[in-house]
Design a binder for this molecule. Structure first.
Ligand SMILES: [Zn+2]
Length: 463
């Protein structure tokens, strides 16, 4: 019996402006996809024939253009057409891919695939914990498993859970039932972390449920507030042997999740940008980081806003300060031929600056993806990058030719600091800034989400 395996992922951000291009996807086909997916052994050891399709994964970006989407979706469809006798399909999606003209990219692909597959073919999915589940998803997928960790560390376990359930159901001729219960809340993503209560206990409960014979998966999906779509919200989703069982567990988990809605807090000081700058200037710690959360490039934002940089230049700090990395190809190009130490006038900032250093951008997979140029305006160093970058570790500063250890204030375009930067931070300030990844739901001005929605609306609710 054949099982088709694929992965197609891009977390969308409706407010972002950088569309993912074809070449922005990390792309493998055929057997090479198993460099990235963890399910082959499970299927083969259970006696199934594995049919690899493609693996195409891009970083969070704006909604996906139809043409880019089709390029990859068509390849998966082609595999399905050529193997329409498959009894199983496993796909690792993100779950929040929004595509121009068609909405949920995951749902659209599943609908197309179902046209070619036999009725008894089971589809198993592995999804990110920030998936925005569509109402129809459970009509097209039989087994759905989501990450149990935020920040995510269990991607492999999640794939395996789904793959094992698929094998079990196929071998035992079980048609599992999936039930999704929408939970009308949409909270600040950065306040929802599974290592802390109340999520910690709820996740433990899902693990206990999955140890029961009639429950294949029990999931909490926390939603992803940066897509303006009707399926944007939290949800619970349970796959079990019967509808009754799946529904009652999903509803019970949904009620429990709803009851926690007022419990989520930031794990560090979270303030408006001006207050963060003030605290950083006054702070006595050796090195203070400010994260520009509204312009978080790891959440799909451009990384091009200058608000915090301007606040710092204006404040004329007596501390050595670095803002990294600011997306601006024009600045990099304009001053690239100037030598380090040369004085230039930066129109963008309306300031005279000194070219401090030329450098490179270290990409996600540790490759060099472009050029960076650092300008000094008195004590403030601004690292400009010709492409969107994410300064998530010291290596990013090293490649840009700036010495992280020389700074007392460092601004990066992230939500929380990545673990790799934490050892360098004596204090962390989370700036509640504007931008495509703004964490304040009210400021996002979403028009298409379901209402009422907590915390925009205050209301009673029960599943
Ligand atoms: Zn996620």
């Amino acid at each position: 019996m054949k099982i088709i395996v694929a992965s197609f992922q891009c977390e969308s951000n409706s407010k972002a402006k950088i569309y993912p291009k074809k070449e922005d996807f990390e792309y493998f086909k055929g057997e090479d996809i198993f460099q990235k997916l963890a399910v082959k052994d499970i299927f083969e050891s259970n006696g199934f024939e594995v049919i690899p399709s493609i693996y195409a994964v891009a970083l969070p970006s704006a909604t996906v253009k139809k043409e880019t989407y089709d390029f990859y979706a068509d390849q998966i469809l082609q595999t399905v057409k050529e193997n329409s006798d498959a009894k199983g399909v496993f796909i690792f999606f993100h779950g929040s891919m929004e595509v121009e003209e068609i909405g949920s990219g995951e749902l659209y692909l599943l609908k197309q695939m179902r046209k070619f597959l036999s009725k008894d073919c089971l589809i198993a999915l592995s999804l990110d914990a920030h998936a925005n589940i569509t109402d129809e998803l459970t009509s097209y997928a039989d087994i759905i498993s989501g990450f149990k960790t935020v920040p995510h560390t269990d991607q492999v376990e999640c794939q395996k859970r789904s793959a094992k359930a698929l094998c079990y159901c196929l071998k035992n001729k079980i048609k599992p039932y999936a039930y999704m219960q929408r939970v009308p809340f949409l909270l600040k993503n950065d306040t929802l972390q599974t290592a802390y209560e109340p999520l910690k206990s709820l996740i433990e409960e899902t693990i206990a449920l999955e140890s029961q014979d009639d429950v294949f998966t029990a999931n909490l999906f926390l939603g992803h507030c940066w897509i303006d779509a009707p399926n944007t919200s939290a949800s619970t989703l349970v796959c079990a042997t019967t509808k009754q069982r799946a529904e009652s567990i999903a509803k019970d988990l949904a009620d429990k999740l709803w009851q926690t809605r007022n419990s989520y807090k930031f794990l560090c000081e979270a303030e408006l940008p001006a207050e963060c700058v003030k605290r950083a200037l006054e702070g006595s710690e050796n090195r203070i980081f400010i994260t520009d959360s509204g312009d978080n490039t790891t959440a799909g934002a451009e990384g091009d806003t200058l608000d915090i940089l301007k606040l710092l230049i204006e404040a004329k700090p007596n501390k050595k300060t670095c803002v990294a990395g600011i997306t601006n190809a024009e600045i990099v190009e304009k001053f690239w031929n100037k030598k380090d130490g040369e004085k230039v006038f930066c129109d963008l900032l309306g300031e005279w600056a000194i070219v401090k250093s030329h450098g490179e951008i270290l990409g996600w997979t540790k490759e060099i993806i472009g050029r960076s140029l650092t300008l000094s305006i008195a004590n403030v160093d601004a690292v400009f990058t010709e492409l969107r970058s994410a300064f998530i570790e010291k290596g990013n500063f090293d490649k840009a030719n700036v010495d992280l250890l020389s700074y007392q204030i460092v601004v990066v375009k992230l939500g929380y600091l990545f673990t790799e930067l934490k050892p360098y931070a004596d204090r962390e300030l989370f700036a509640l800034s504007d931008g495509a990844s703004c964490v304040e739901l009210k400021r996002l001005n979403l028009k298409n989400i379901l209402r009422p929605m907590f915390p925009l609306d205050d209301f009673q609710w029960k599943a």
